[in-house]
Design a protein around this ligand. Sequence first.
Ligand code: DI6
Ligand code: FE
Length: 411
Amino acid sequence: MPTTPASCETLWTHAQLATMREDGNAYGMVNDGAVAINDGEICWLGPSADVPDWVSESAREIVDCRGQLVTPGLIDCHTHLVYGGDRVNEFEQRLKGASYEEIARAGGGIKATVNATREGTAESLYAAARSRLHSLMEEGVTTIEIKSGYGLNTDTEIKMLEVARELGDKNPVDIVTTFLGAHATPPEYAGREDEYIDYLCDETLPLIASLGLADQVDAFCERIAFSTQQVTKIFSVAQRLGLPLKLHAEQLSDSKGALRAANMGALSVDHLEYLAPEDVPVLKAHGTAAVLLPGAFYFLRETKLPPIDALREAGVPMAIASDSNPGSSPVGSLLLMLSMASRYFQLTPEECLAGVTLNAAKALGLDTQAGSLEVGKLANLVLWNITNPAELSYGIGYNPCRKVMYRGSVR
Ligand code: DI6
Ligand code: FE
């Protein structure tokens, strides 16, 4: 039987290839490596000296990386990129002594952004989010998760998710959308939290699922937000609709949300400063990733550290994300999060890079197609102006990103 000869479109050679595959080598490194791309996917990868003839003979474009670092495209697995307005005035209040929780309880905080997001047109929300998106993309981000949660009514939640989808349609980046209706109680339901949850469960979430606007479902489990029982209710509906789960958990206190989410098979639990070390094995048992958000830790001047040693010891995948949002993490740089994760959380540079590649893919359930350089995975690659991957965590405010390939095309 004649077979179609294998061919490839692009070949990058002579790179320090930090594949991030779990092969026992630090960074899954291939020294002086080459990677071949065809039809948006990686079709061959190995030492430059071993490039097979079918690759070198068919490649239409060959890029000599001159010994520089190539990594998988970065993944920001937790953002609130779409929102109206800003919270600069609240920042000033906090500098004069008010706490994040006090401001939230006084009707500011998330609620202020809800008002601005309800008032914003889809066009204005798109324009503001696009500029934030581009800041992240300039550093080699090729996949971004975006949550709703500043609408808190059906129409505005839909508007946010449509804007997020539009960002993915119009920009060379993959967008994963998350329904976060249970982010806060809207003013019209003040004091009637359970009724708000029922509204989300009976009306908003089923409609959003039927429109295909959400890839996953998140909630904020916290004493200023929703209880584990309320979260369980919305998660049960999500499960019935076939949507994967994740949870903002243990950010300000230990309400055992992470345990509940892991027991329900959540892809990730996020924040985790107040997670009890003894609860960590439950995350491991259910394959739930831990998403660390050093930008919020920094911006809220948190001092309680997530249980990093316990997470590491248990082998829970640790992801790092920007949590980009106007209230607790006004962050436009994922690389800065690597610096913060290494300095505040003592993550090694290898853990930091895994946190924005393979482990971030795990937190989104995308690790079969993204997060590492492996044959058959998406051709999302970054060529950096550095040779040692540790420099990505070491530099503060540098952007050594030189070239980004997204699904096989340089953008
Ligand atoms: N935790 C956070 O850090 C963000 N949301 C959440 O559940 C903050 C959102 C905001 O303050 O606007
Ligand atoms: Fe968040």
